[in-house]
Design a binder for this molecule. Structure first.
Ligand code: COA
Ligand code: NAD
Length: 682
């Protein structure tokens, strides 16, 4: 049934939650359009969605299935809109993304709520817009605006785009009324109706902008096929419209089955799945309104900002007034900078700061629903703090530790209520990094775990459940990876060769550059703490210890694995490091040999995969894909490579087994071999 108001047919997109353009919805649009053409009572047409979404674009779940190509495919839905004998106006509330925005671009008019957000996120899925986005958008808006939307994949607010040419009108309320008025005005003016396809792009300006962007592509973007293809598609705007459309479609179809697009779709699904507890652990969360944070240092302040941004009330507690003041200052500076940079409205910042209270009085903890401890990484200090928390927090409050490596059970044991204790491992900077490891202690109650997961979602993070074992998921895998990279130094590689090989496959940084950045002394301290229990037969690479003994603690001391001048690392390692490498190889009885980048990459990936298999067998990770989410979101693993589990699944099983055996032999005593079968199952 067609809904007609005031001679305007209203086509409502109604496919919760976000109106993704699956087959049924595409069919609905085409049928309603046809009905509207046929009905003499209809003068114009408005297409609208829900408050949350006009449409989030193509149905990602349909990708790779026959439904994606079942008629009417999206380009043909858009063709039907363009061929309409009555003007069609898109009325946009919520988000219009990907195919959703493309649908709007094909319409004869567009009206949006100021709060709506529009974008072309295809590159984040390893794709380019495949239904005319790269052809119509540059015909409506300036080349720079179009390229920004297409290349970053980041949506923009309609208010910001109000004068861009994308919309006929941006309104603060009464969206449908505005769209109906626009549709009737178009009908009144009569054919030909304005269509993006009829506009002439400024070919020279577009070409110049495309080439400028091509030269500016980040090395990580160059490693993925989508960004270059997006530029090629935009460049095709110089051709007649239908030829450009065809070129875009060809590029889209090529990308659709590319390994990068597969990996990015997998991550899209995995990061949403990670936030849900496996069925055997599911429970209803406790209610959280006031979060108390103990320790207002680097992490405490960052966690406070994340909680304030999410609308929660925050109480900061420190050991003395001076430390408290430093924390408050840090948080205040953050909001001042955001406002100063125009990224946050002063009113919003003021509202956040108004929800922040601070104290040195432990009695005030009684009002908190959730307490997050972020004091020094020292078990005795943390246990003392938890005794205090236990004495002051109300019964039923959830008690969390932000420890990176300490045993959550040992911390919980300092309280009389270990069932209320869990780990919430935030990453630094805590208000930026999306990853949150939610750590289940032996006694953690199911609803306490669920509260940690719900908090993560509330903070717009990706909470991943994990068991309480040294390093949880992320640091445990990272340690195995770093250790393998240290073996490679002894075998014959230079730090810049290892880092270079990993950066060239897309890691944000190599392990030795990361170590220098975070400071070698952190690892040195941990190594010294573990020295007494280390089996002397295990392969232990002491290069880091030797560097620290020489005062080379990393970037902050001007030298670590690399020497730094004005904060910039020298391209090659210096004679001191080369000398240490030679000594280390000799001590191990190894003749140094060059390692090819492919060997370095493969060994690094194998080490991660092996550790992932061990973690799954131990129940530290509940699902293989959780490991990939952790590595991508917290450790700079290239998202378009999917993660170590995704990688493993694409390898030859027998070859992996042989290489793992060799790796175990070379690692020597104590190297545990994981069973990769646990990772291979899809
Ligand atoms: N196709 C299929 N399902 C989609 C989807 C799409 N394009 N976009 C979102 N969904 C689903 C999500 O998987 C999720 O399902 P779940 O609840 O079963 O996990 C649900 O819609 C809600 O999405 P979520 O991301 O959890 O909600 P949000 O409010 O944080 O964000 C969006 C909503 C639309 C902004 C976000 O989901 C998004 O950016 N989607 C991708 C859009 C896109 O890339 N489109 C182009 C495809 S080529
Ligand atoms: P930090 O030194 O910056 O801050 C610690 C704060 O705790 C200080 O302000 C200190 O005054 C306060 N504090 C110490 N004892 C206290 C007590 N008894 N009562 C109240 N406050 C007390 O440390 P950080 O880097 O913020 O690390 C905090 C925790 O977060 C550690 O467990 C660390 O392992 C973990 N963590 C850190 C990072 C990181 O990258 N910095 C990342 C993840 C987790």
């Amino acid at each position: 049934m067609l809904s007609i108001q005031n001679s305007v047919a209203l086509i409502r997109l109604d496919r919760p939650p976000v109106n993704s353009l699956g087959h049924a919805l595409r069919q609905h649009i085409v049928q309603q359009l046809a009905a509207a053409q046929a009905d003499p009572a209809v003068r114009a047409i408005v297409i609208t969605g829900s408050e949350r979404a006009f449409s989030a674009g193509a149905d990602v779940g349909e990708f790779g299935t026959p439904l994606q190509f079942q008629e009417p495919i999206l380009p043909n839905v858009l063709a039907a809109i363009e061929a309409s004998t009555k003007p069609v106006v898109a009325a946009i509330a919520g988000v219009a993304l990907g195919g959703g925005l493309e649908l709007a671009l094909a319409c004869q008019g567009r009206v949006a709520l100021a709060a709506a957000r529009v974008g072309l996120p295809e590159v984040t899925l390893g794709l380019i817009p495949g239904s005319g986005g790269t052809q119509r958008l540059p015909r409506l808006v300036a080349a720079e605006t179009a390229l920004a939307l297409i290349l970053t994949g980041q949506p923009k607010g309609a208010r910001e785009l109000a004068a861009s040419g994308l919309f006929d009108a941006v309104v603060d309320g009464e969206l449908i009324e505005a769209a109906v008025n626009r549709a009737l005005a178009l009908a009144e003016a009569g054919a030909p109706f304005p269509l993006a396809r009829h506009r002439q792009p400024d070919a020279a300006a577009l070409q110049a902008a495309v080439e400028a962007q091509r030269a500016r592509l980040h090395p990580r973007q160059r490693l993925q096929p989508a960004h270059g293809a997006a530029l090629d598609a935009v460049a095709a705007c110089a051709q007649p419209f239908d030829q450009g459309l065809q070129r875009e479609r060809e590029l889209f179809l090529q990308l659709l089955s590319s390994p990068a697009a597969q990996a990015l779709r997998y991550q899209f699904k995995a990061e949403r799945e990670a936030t849900r507890l496996p069925a055997n652990l599911a429970a209803a969360p406790r209610t959280v309104d006031l979060v108390a944070i103990i320790g207002a240092g680097t992490m405490g302040s960052g966690i406070a900002i994340a909680a304030l941004d999410a609308g929660l009330n925050v109480l900061l507690l420190e050991q003395d007034e001076a430390a408290l003041e430093r924390g408050r200052q840090r948080i205040g500076d953050h909001y001042r900078e955001r406002v100063g940079a125009g990224k946050l409205k002063a009113m919003v910042a003021a509202d956040s700061v108004a929800r922040l209270a601070s104290t040195t009085d432990w009695h005030r903890l009684a009002a908190a629903d959730l307490v997050i401890e972020a004091v020094f990484e020292d078990l005795a200090v943390k246990q003392q703090v938890f005794r205090q928390i236990d004495a002051h927090a109300r019964p039923g409050a959830v008690l969390a530790t932000n420890t990176s490596y300490l045993d959550v059970d040992a911390i919980a044991a300092a309280t009389l209520r270990p069932q209320d204790v869990l780990g919430l491992h935030f990453f630094s900077p805590a208000h930026v990094m999306k990853l949150l490891e939610v750590v289940r202690g032996t006694h953690t109650a199911p609803d306490v775990l669920a509260t940690g997961m719900a908090l993560g979602v509330k903070l717009k993070k990706t909470p991943v459940p994990c068991g309480n074992a040294f390093g949880f998921i992320g640091n445990r895998i990272y340690n195995a990876y770093r250790r393998q990279c240290e073996f490679m130094l002894e075998d014959g590689a230079l730090p810049e060769e290892v880092d270079g090989a990993l950066v060239s496959m897309g890691f944000a940084m190599g392990p030795f550059a990361v170590a220098d950045l975070s400071g070698l002394d952190i690892a040195w301290r941990m190594r010294k703490a573990q020295a007494a229990t280390r089996d002397p037969r295990e392969r232990y690479v002491a290069i880091l210890d030797r560097l620290c003994e020489q005062g080379r603690l990393g970037r902050k001391t001007g030298a670590g694995y690399y020497v730094y001048t004005d904060g910039k690392p020298a391209k090659a390692t210096d004679a001191t490091v080369r000398g240490l490498l030679d000594e280390a190889s000799q001590a191990r009885g190894l003749t140094r040999r060059p390692l090819a980048a492919t060997e370095i990459q493969r060994r690094a990936l194998l080490a991660m995969a092996n550790e992932a298999a061990l973690l799954l067998a131990e129940g530290v990770a509940s699902r293989p894909a959780d490991v990939d989410v952790v590595l991508v979101q917290g450790y700079g693993f290239p998202r378009w490579e999917g993660g170590p589990v995704f990688w493993t699944r694409r390898q030859d099983r027998a070859e992996l087994a042989t290489q793992l055996q060799a790796m175990a032999r070379e690692a020597g005593h104590g190297f545990a071999l994981g069973n990769l079968d646990a990772l291979m199952a899809q």
